[in-house]
Design a protein around this ligand. Structure first.
Ligand code: THU
Length: 134
């Protein structure tokens, strides 16, 4: 298997900037772009809990606000230090199904283990833009 450490290391670095005073659960993320650049993300919580934003959405939104689109994204890493590898929440899967290509590698890591998946594996049959056509 490909060694993803160069990317998970950057996601662990981003994790240091998580703001998670309520859950105490810090998540880091990093988007790797085809032009060779990297964009970090971390979860940012809020006292109004529902206003929290997940690490992976922050990272991918960061790419989009800079003008990148799904074709420009090479991989996305999402990391925690949990016992069990964390997979993206339902809301993130919905967003990733629109903002990543179906087969873009999503690299999940908890320091002990690394698993590589894709959004088509994580959210088969996703609702999307096509479904809005009348
Ligand atoms: N969280 C993420 O940032 N990404 C995930 O994939 C799972 C959950 C955050 C949201 C919240 O700040 C904390 O982890 C606990 O749910």
């Amino acid at each position: 298997m490909k060694n993803w450490e160069y990317l998970t290391d950057k996601a662990f670095e981003a994790r240091k900037h998580a703001y998670a005073p309520y859950s105490g659960f810090q998540v880091g993320a990093c988007v790797e772009l085809k032009d060779g650049s990297f964009l970090p993300g971390a979860n940012i919580e809020n006292a109004a809990y529902g206003s929290t934003m997940c690490a992976e959405r922050n990272a991918v939104f960061g790419a989009y606000v800079r003008g990148y689109r799904k074709e420009d994204i090479k991989a996305l890493a999402i990391v925690t230090e949990a016992e069990r590898i964390s997979t993206p929440c339902g809301a993130c899967r919905q967003v990733l199904s629109e903002l990543l290509l179906p087969d873009t590698p999503i690299v999940l890591c908890n320091r002990k283990e690394t698993v590589v998946t894709t959004i088509s594996e994580l959210l088969p049959g996703a609702f999307g833009a096509e479904d809005l056509k009348k």
